[in-house]
Design a protein around this ligand. Structure first.
Ligand SMILES: [Zn+2]
Ligand SMILES: [Zn+2]
Length: 154
């Protein structure tokens, strides 16, 4: 694969990509029309491949495992949070602290009851607030769609 033209100047310039599997040097090549403005990563002659997935790291397998680990950690963290505490840092919320509370069922800890999803507004808890808000808004849209009559009703 040759050098790419300057990205900015050749936004839609077509480029022909010629591919042949690395382990089949005699195989027929495949031609692909691609855009020159795309970035292609050129591997060195000696590159590592995952033993399990045969993919270049980070492979799907490792990415999925990392996601599951994060998910488990998050679930454990959430289960340890006491009622009335911040769903972000897990620390208690005192009367003087500013908070952000979400109405409706608690999406992360349904066992705590409706309207119990509360966070500190401080910077350290904001990532959790935006994460929760995204899920909360998505659920709001879902609920609204469920209450709307279907296209063949009414
Ligand atoms: Zn793998
Ligand atoms: Zn907090």
């Amino acid at each position: 694969m040759g050098t790419q033209p300057e990205r900015g100047t050749w936004e839609h310039r077509p480029l022909v990509l010629v591919l042949r599997p690395a382990e089949q040097p005699t195989a027929k090549v495949t031609h692909y029309a691609v855009r020159a403005s795309r970035t292609f990563f050129v591997l060195p002659e000696h590159y590592s491949v995952c033993r399990l997935c045969d993919e270049i790291p980070p492979c799907t397998h490792a990415t999925t495992e990392a996601a599951i680990d994060r998910e488990m950690e998050n679930a454990e963290r959430l289960m340890a949070i006491q009622p009335g505490c911040c769903l972000g840092c897990g620390e208690p919320i005192t009367a003087r602290m500013k908070t952000e509370r979400f109405p409706g069922s608690n999406l992360w800890r349904p066992d705590l009851g409706d309207g119990s999803a509360v966070f500190h507004t401080r910077a350290g808890c904001q990532d959790y607030v935006s994460m929760y808000r995204k899920q909360w808004q998505a659920k709001g849209i879902e609920d609204a769609q469920m209450t709307l009559p279907g296209p063949n009703e009414g």
